[in-house]
Ligand binder design. Structure first.
Ligand SMILES: *[C@@H]1O[C@H](CO)[C@@H](O)[C@H](O)[C@H]1NC(C)=O
Length: 129
């Protein structure tokens, strides 16, 4: 009985630790970003995926991205690994400077009340060329 309780306690602690340490999938970390950013039809596809209600335009990684964006915005990419943080900066920088229309659409979609534009204003200024 005593050991069963101890086991439950250990499992509970492990579950908490796991939840705390939760990260986004690294499954797509080796994707070739430059190739995607340079490919207008792919970029358009991602834009549709990310801004439409349904997921019918989404590739598997687009779907994953779509699922994680609201959370990443809310928590400063807290569940991103370094590679994902770097990739996020790169994509945002590209969108701000090269695809302002897409950037605008994404903002309208993910930041309807301007909350994150406020929160991340410094980052946006920093990335703007
Ligand atoms: C863009 O990506 C699509 C899908 O992967 C591919 O079929 C197409 O050839 C690419 N276009 C260019 C210009 O690389």
């Amino acid at each position: 009985m005593k050991s069963a309780l101890a086991l439950v306690a250990v499992l509970a602690v492990m579950a908490l630790a796991a939840a705390d340490d939760e990260k986004y999938t690294t499954k797509y970390d080796n994707i070739d970003l430059d190739e995607i950013l340079a490919n207008d039809s792919l970029m358009h596809q991602y834009e549709l995926c990310l801004t439409e209600e349904d997921d019918s335009s989404c590739t598997p990684e687009g779907k994953e991205l779509k699922k994680d964006i609201p959370d990443a915005l809310e928590n400063d990419c807290a569940k991103c690994n370094d590679k994902q943080k770097e990739a996020t900066r790169k994509v945002i920088k590209f969108l701000i400077n090269q695809k302002p229309e897409t950037w605008h659409k994404l903002k309208e979609h993910y930041d309807k009340d301007g909350k994150y534009s406020e929160k991340y204003k410094k980052l946006e200024d920093e990335l703007k060329e």
